[in-house]
Structure formats: structure tokens, C-alpha cells
Design a protein around this ligand. Structure first.
Ligand code: SF4
Length: 586
């Protein structure tokens, strides 16, 4: 089941997702119906539809295809394959075919960096695209073959776990962590977590024990547990693997959190791009209910009731930000809230809420089962334990790697078979670009902190293409709420395009730097505060990339007024000197 099913306004997003699947758009008759049923204005509903990339009021194709457009997909040839697909289907990218059979568009990274190029079709993942697979897709679309009759191999998502350490190597018995946690009691469990030093694995690194403790201490009738499975940072896919292969650990981590904070309801916010995981996750939830490990009287404890609902996202990167995620859980646009108050005191529906990501909950379950000393046996004093990395790009063995915190970038590159590496983007588009001179640095909260994305670029790559990809990603994903990010991300993308085509001057680079710093200081949330990182890192660490493309030292405006008058000249049939600015036309 997906949340909430209770007829409340919180149900809106889930209802819209179902309508989009059924009708390939949200019909006005349904908007009117939802407006009446949920007591919401039609303008509010349209506002929600327009916020999410996978919802539309205009009719999309019966087959709605999104090509993943992360830089690592592009490095694997996605752009050429997209053109091939568009040609074969007889449409332009970004359009719907006249017969409404198919739509084709690009989308942000869909979390398949280890098996790209990848795409979504009606929300389901197509992996490892090749020319041959593209031809198979074209044939089936043309023949109107229902998706459930397509070869399963097209949708296969493999688990490429390349290196395991204490977490992934440990055997896990369903029920063992909650049995251990409940036996010792919530206070003991919190103390264990504290001693383990577990920190949030999304990148920010806040103490997990402190977060749970603050939430438990907040004065309220109800509390909620939320798993952030909206793994949207470009180049990240390790949570996808945990959701698929270690679901029990995740659920037990959430259940233990519920026991500590006193919650009876949890949510898994599953990114829309991982829709293929919805059914298996629901099946495991159901199995656990039947086994007495979820739902009423867990493990026979009459006073411990906790259940989990799954809430699907609909293509909005910003919903990975915890307060935006809570807004989305409430069925609204995912606009980040002002903080404080923090979700631990006022989260879902205003009640205290713990939001942790998938890896954090899995680690919490393992610590309850194996103890804090076991967890601290690897890592550094400030960053105990291990980190899962999603490694993609220029290396022989892309996939999921578990490394102890404190491992150097050099050692990681060696492990995955990367050679002649020019730079590594760590932490996704919002992360940092690390040059070869800094490969002795380590993955750790006290050095380079990361949610897990690790994209490798070798010396044959044009790094500016990666910077351009990330900058355009932020322009697309800015939620538009605050001016520095909405306008700044757009201006940065335009200025970078000017650099790419060789029209920029040194003054443009200075302006990009000033604008980037301004965005860092004045944006409302982390997205805007980090959106300029790719350009600022590029300017700081790889200045020659930009300088080699400067055409002149004098200023050239971004807007060419004379060129913009061309249409007027054509209409009036004039092309004499006085019709040009240089000719004294103004
Ligand atoms: Fe939205 Fe960007 Fe402002 Fe964050 S910084 S609230 S994403 S516009």
C-alpha cells in the first residue's frame, strides 16, 4: 500500500501519481473530483501537479519515456541513444507523438550509474541501454505491446556489490535486531547508539543518537519515523541496493527508532524513480506483519505497535531535503521549511519526527544486534564504521563499495580499477570536485563528507562538460521559492553556456564567482547553498578549463541586442546598415 488512504489532503500526491499512471495525465474532471473529495482548491492541486516532474495536466504518451541525463549516463553514450530512440519513434526529444502513443524526454539521474545508460518507461527502469535494446523498445512501442509482456531482461537491475566490509559481510537474521533492542530497552539502545558514534549517512553527519533523543524528549501526543529513500543526488545508488537486498535491516532500524521515540507510524519516502521496488517492499512489509515483526504487538509485546507505509515521490530532487520531504509526505509541493523548528520537534503534521536515510537505519539495526564496539572496530575516532559508496564513471568496476571511514581516495580509485584519473566528484552535484593533487584525502566527516556518490573522470574527459551538467541540473531542480537560488541557478547556467561557446570574458568569470558566493550565503536551503559548488570548485581548482575558452578580455553582454533584431529585419525586409546597431540604428 502507499500512504495514506485516509481520504485526507495528505493523500493528494499519491492519488495524483495513480491518475498519471492511469490516464497519462491528470484530467480536469479528476482535479475537480479531488478538489471536492479532499477539500482542496483546484489551484492548490494544479500547483502540486506542476511542482513534480512526473505529473502533467497535458496528455503524455501511452508510453512515457525519460532518459536519465546524468553526466555518467552521457559518458556511456546516452545522448546518442536518445537521438536514435527519437528517430526510431518519429518524435523530437521533449515532445509527445501526435498519436499520443509515446512521449520522450530527459530527466535527472535515476540512480542507475553502475548500469547505465538508463531510462524510465511509465515509471519502470530500463537499464544498460544499447543500440539493440533501443531497437527492441521501438518495436514494442510501435506494436503497442503492454509493458508486462516486454522481456524482463530490459528491466533487470543488478546488485553490483564490489566490496563488503563489516556491515555487508554480516549475516542478518530477521527479527534479531529488534529482539536485542527490545530486550535491553530504549535507554540502553540509545546509549549503544551513542557509544557507537553512528552519524547520519546522508552526508550531514548529525549524531543519530542525539536526533532520536531530541525527538523522544519532545512533548507531543504522537511521533513519526520517516525513512528518506529519496536518493536523488546524481551518481548515488547505494540506497537502491539496500532497499532491494537488505530490506529487513532497514525496517528493523525504523522499528527500533519507533521503540525509542514512542511512535506507531513510519513512512518510507521512496523516490519515484525506484517505483519498481514498491511491490517487493510491500510484500516484505506484509511478510513481517504475518511474522509478528511489524504491526500490532511486535514480538508479542502488547504495548508495542508500529507499522510502515510507503509514499512514492514524483520526480523532485528537492524532496531529499528533510523538511521538503515532510511537506511532500503531507501531499504538498516539496518546498523546504524554515528551520528552526527542526523536524525532531515539529515534523510530519507538526509532530516530532525522526528523518534518517536508508543506510543510517540499516546501520542502527546492525549496532543493536552486534554492539557499539563491533561498529567502532573500523573507521576513525570522529567517523566510526563504514561508508557505502556508489562508484561510477571512468573505472573498470563500477558498483557499490563498502569502505571504512578514513579510506583515501587513492585507495578507492585503486580498488575500482580507475586509471589516469583527472578528478573525482564526491557527494554528487552538490558535492566537491577533487583534483588528483588531493587524492590522499579521505572519506570521513572530518575530511570529505559524502552521502555516497563517487563519480570518476579520467584524463580524456572534458571536465567542463560535467560542471555544465551539474549546473543545468540545479537550474532544473531549484524549487523556485527563493530568489538567490531561482535566479542565481539560471544566471549561472547562462553564464556557463557563454563560457562553453567561447564568448565569455574574464569579467564573466568574476561575476560567476561573486554570484556563486552570494547563492551560498543567501539561499534558503542546502540546494541553493551548494548549487554553485561545481562552478566554484571548477574556477578554484581547474581555472585553465575556463580561461582557455575565453575569447576576449573585454566585456561581452550575455544578451546580443543586434542579433535579437534579426527577426524584425526579416519581417520588414530591411538589412541596410541603419537596421543594425553598428550602423547607428539607435
Ligand atoms: Fe527552493 Fe533553491 Fe530556495 Fe532551496 S534554495 S528553497 S531549492 S529556491
Amino acid at each position: 500500500m502507499t500512504s495514506t488512504g485516509d481520504g485526507s489532503a495528505h493523500e493528494l500526491l499519491q492519488r495524483l501519481i495513480e491518475l498519471q499512471q492511469t490516464y497519462h495525465h491528470i484530467p480536469w474532471t479528476e482535479i475537480e473530483r479531488l478538489s471536492r473529495q479532499l477539500s482542496l482548491s483546484q489551484s492548490h492541486i494544479v500547483g502540486v501537479i506542476e511542482f513534480y516532474s512526473f505529473l502533467h495536466t497535458t496528455h503524455q504518451g501511452e508510453y512515457e519515456i525519460f532518459i536519465s541525463d546524468n553526466i555518467t549516463d552521457q559518458m556511456q553514450g546516452s545522448r546518442l541513444l536518445a537521438e536514435l530512440l527519437a528517430k526510431g519513434l518519429g518524435i523530437e526529444i521533449g515532445t509527445t507523438r501526435a498519436d499520443k502513443r509515446v512521449s520522450l524526454n530527459y530527466t535527472s539521474c535515476i540512480g542507475m550509474g553502475d548500469q547505465g545508460p538508463a531510462a524510465l518507461i511509465n515509471g519502470y527502469t530500463l537499464t544498460a541501454l544499447t543500440t539493440e535494446r533501443i531497437n527492441q523498445i521501438i518495436q514494442r512501442v510501435d506494436a503497442s505491446t503492454p509493458l508486462d509482456q516486454w522481456p524482463r531482461s530490459l528491466f533487470e537491475v543488478s546488485s553490483k556489490t564490489r566490496r563488503k566490509d563489516i556491515i555487508l559481510n554480516s549475516e542478518y537474521i530477521p527479527g534479531a535486531a529488534i529482539a536485542a533492542g527490545l530486550k535491553n530497552g530504549p535507554t540502553s539502545l540509545l546509549n549503544q547508539l551513542e557509544q557507537s558514534g553512528l552519524r547520519g549517512c546522508g552526508g550531514a553527519g548529525f549524531s543519530t543518537a542525539s536526533k532520536w533523543r531530541f525527538c523522544a524528549a519532545a512533548d507531543a501526543e504522537k511521533r513519526f519515523v520517516v525513512c528518506n529513500a529519496d536518493e536523488g543526488e546524481p551518481g548515488t545508488f547505494k540506497d537502491r541496493y539496500l532497499l532491494q537486498a537488505h530490506t529487513d535491516r532497514l525496517i528493523e532500524g525504523m522499528t527500533l527508532c519507533a521503540a525509542v521515540i514512542g511512535s506507531s507510524t513510519g513512512f518510507i519516502y521512496l523516490r519515484g524513480e525506484y517505483r519498481y521496488l514498491l511491490q517487493p517492499l510491500n510484500e516484505i512489509l506484509e511478510q513481517r506483519r504475518k511474522a509478528g515483526l511489524l504491526g500490532q504487538s511486535i514480538l508479542g509485546q502488547a504495548n508495542f505497535n508500529f507499522d510502515i507505509k510507503i509514499h512514492l515521490g514524483a520526480g523532485a530532487y528537492i524532496c531529499g531535503e528533510e523538511s521538503a520531504l515532510i511537506e511532500s509526505l503531507e501531499g504538498k509541493r516539496g518546498i523546504p521549511r524554515s528551520r528552526p523548528p527542526f523536524p525532531v520537534t515539529q515534523g510530519y503534521c507538526g509532530f516530532p519526527t525522526v528523518v534518517n536515510n536508508v543506510e543510517t537505519f540499516c546501520n542502527a539495526a546492525m549496532i543493536a544486534q552486534r554492539g557499539p564496539e563491533w561498529f567502532r572496530q573500523v573507521g576513525t575516532p570522529a567517523s566510526p564504521g563504514t561508508k557505502l559508496l556508489s562508484i561510477s564513471g571512468d573505472c573498470e568496476r563500477p558498483g557499490i563499495y563498502e569502505f571504512p571511514f578514513g579510506t583515501s581516495i587513492r585507495d578507492i580509485l585503486h580498488a575500482c580499477g580507475a586509471q589516469q584519473t583527472l578528478a573525482v566528484q564526491i557527494g554528487g552535484a552538490a558535492g566537491r570536485m577533487i583534483p588528483a593533487t588531493e587524492f590522499n584525502r579521505t572519506i570521513a566527516f572530518e575530511d570529505i563528507s559524502t552521502g555516497g556518490s563517487f563519480m570518476i573522470f579520467n584524463q580524456n574527459r572534458e571536465l567542463l562538460r560535467a560542471i555544465e551538467n551539474f549546473t543545468h541540473f540545479f537550474r532544473h531542480e531549484s524549487c523556485g521559492f527563493c530568489t538567490p537560488c531561482r535566479v542565481g541557478s539560471s544566471l549561472l547556467a547562462k553564464q556557463l553556456s557563454k563560457v562553453m561557446v567561447g564568448h565569455a570574458t574574464a569579467k564573466d568569470l568574476d561575476e560567476m564567482s561573486i554570484l556563486g558566493s552570494l547563492m551560498q550565503k543567501t539561499s534558503h536551503c542546502g540546494l541553493g547553498q551548494t548549487a554553485a559548488n561545481p562552478i566554484l570548485d571548477g574556477l578554484g581548482k581547474f581555472p585553465s578549463l575556463f580561461q582557455s575558452r575565453l575569447r576576449a578580455t573585454s566585456f561581452e553582454p550575455a544578451f546580443d541586442l543586434d542579433a535579437s533584431l534579426e527577426e524584425a529585419r526579416l519581417l520588414t525586409g530591411r538589412d541596410d546598415p541603419d537596421a543594425h546597431l553598428e550602423g547607428g540604428g539607435v
